[in-house]
Design a protein around this ligand. Structure first.
Ligand code: HEC
Ligand code: HEC
Length: 357
């Protein structure tokens, strides 16, 4: 262990009970997609951290999960498509992982084809483009054999599970624990909202989300500009109430998607129901939507204002043709989305690479 990583197994870091701003209250934490079968522990998430950052989990030792889910970018690849182990490109944009725990639909990938965070976790390893342990390269069994022969995994699995057996289920559980620990609770929006939350009953209600964050009650460092606060207001309020209804789908305080959301009308006659990752850190994504078709948030807002297309997958909350918005309103919404950047999570050493070789 010591030869390969900086980990101190005698003093694992805290993942199981992180200290978060108070609006991540019992109700929010209970909305996690964690199940009783895989409760996060400090040891399990630590193993997940090693797995997540280990290029040896790819066929030719070149790609780890972190190659495409880059911490400093909010755990995403800012390129439209990501380069896999043999140089091939993915066909979808990577997805941010902050607040992945709070997608109550649980299903993972843009088109929801994986049934849980656990189920998703070994898919990229076996993907012929991404990490390369597909059937032609021996599949999962070849990886399990490879891991058994690496000096640190038998020791780590014993530390976590009590015996050295390396199984796909254990890998999935550890990766899921690590990823669910990537909670984004410290963006500018969080720090400002924490003030109104504390002053107004310590409850997450539409009324509290609707309060101004531009007043002198908010400490200057986190106080919203006029544009940011107008954007917040448009985001939070429903369309029958003077707003644009974004929060109905991208739900505060986690900004995870409403599990009942359908698609947002990107293409005419769309039949696939897509999800979105939490909007936390969205401004660092580089590209937007499942195919990364937009390269700026202005283009995203232009889509919502003028581009919504008819199709059976479209959610009725989004009117064909678009939601009427002025250029200023679109700019304000972009300014608001930028307040969701969480540099604390993106620099938190608990989520960085533990490897020294
Ligand atoms: C070569 C780039 C690449 C690598 C390596 C990679 N991913 Fe991804 N990841 C993606 C892309 C692209 C998507 C979206 C794919 C899609 O929806 O079809 C994605 C989606 C996901 C999602 C879904 C998030 C959500 O909200 O639905 C999770 C979770 C995830 N990856 C975790 C991992 C883990 C864990 C690993 C390592 C075992 C990993 N990824 C390795 C590119 C990558
Ligand atoms: C009916 C639910 C719904 C509403 C309302 C909605 N969205 Fe979305 N949003 C989605 C879905 C679904 C996606 C993912 C679409 C895809 O990639 O296929 C998405 C994607 C996004 C993305 C890109 C995320 C990424 O990771 O690339 C941004 C930014 C965004 N929405 C902002 C907004 C804003 C701002 C509003 C209000 C004007 C809004 N949304 C209203 C459902 C909704």
């Amino acid at each position: 262990m010591a030869a390969f990583t900086t980990l101190n197994l005698d003093a694992p870091q805290n993942y199981a009970s992180p200290s978060l701003l108070a609006h991540y209250d019992a109700g929010v934490l209970a909305s996690s997609n964690q199940t009783p079968n895989n409760i996060t522990t400090d040891k399990g998430a630590t193993l997940g951290r090693v797995l997540f950052h280990d290029v040896r989990l790819s066929f030719n030792d070149t790609k780890s999960c972190a190659s495409c889910h880059v911490q400093s970018n909010g755990f995403v690849d800012p390129n439209q498509f990501s380069t896999g182990f043999a140089g091939g490109l993915t066909t979808a944009h990577a997805m941010r992982l902050g607040n992945v725990a709070f997608y109550q639909g649980n299903s993972m990938f843009w088109n929801k084809r994986a049934t849980s965070v656990e189920d998703q976790a070994t898919d990229p390893i076996q993907n012929a483009t991404e990490m390369g342990f597909d059937a032609t390269h021996g599949g999962m069994n070849a990886l399990l054999t490879k891991m058994k022969d690496l000096p640190y995994y038998p020791e780590l699995f014993t530390w976590v599970f009590g015996d050295s057996a390396i199984t796909e289920a254990r890998i999935q559980n550890a990766l899921a624990q690590f990823q669910r620990s990537m909670i984004s609770a410290n963006s500018k929006w969080d720090r400002a909202y924490a003030v109104v939350y504390a002053a107004n009953g310590s409850v997450n209600t539409p009324q509290n989300f609707g309060r101004s964050l531009a007043g002198t009650n908010i400490p200057a460092a986190n106080r919203f500009s006029t544009s940011e606060d107008n954007g917040r207001d448009l985001f939070m309020r429903g369309p029958n109430n003077g707003g644009k209804g974004c929060a109905g789908c991208h739900e505060p305080p986690t900004f995870a998607l409403d599990p009942n959301s359908k698609s947002n009308g990107l293409d005419l006659n769309e039949t696939v129901i897509f999800k979105s990752p939490s909007l936390k850190n969205v401004a660092l994504s580089g590209r937007f939507m499942h195919d990364g078709r937009f390269s700026t948030l202005d283009q995203v807002l232009n889509h919502y204002a003028t581009g919504i297309q008819a199709g059976t997958a479209r959610d009725n909350r989004l009117p064909v043709g678009g939601i009427a918005m002025t250029a200023q309103e679109q700019a304000d919404l972009v300014a608001f989305l930028q307040t969701l950047t969480d540099t604390t999570l993106n620099a938190d050493a608990r989520f960085g690479s533990p490897f020294i070789k």
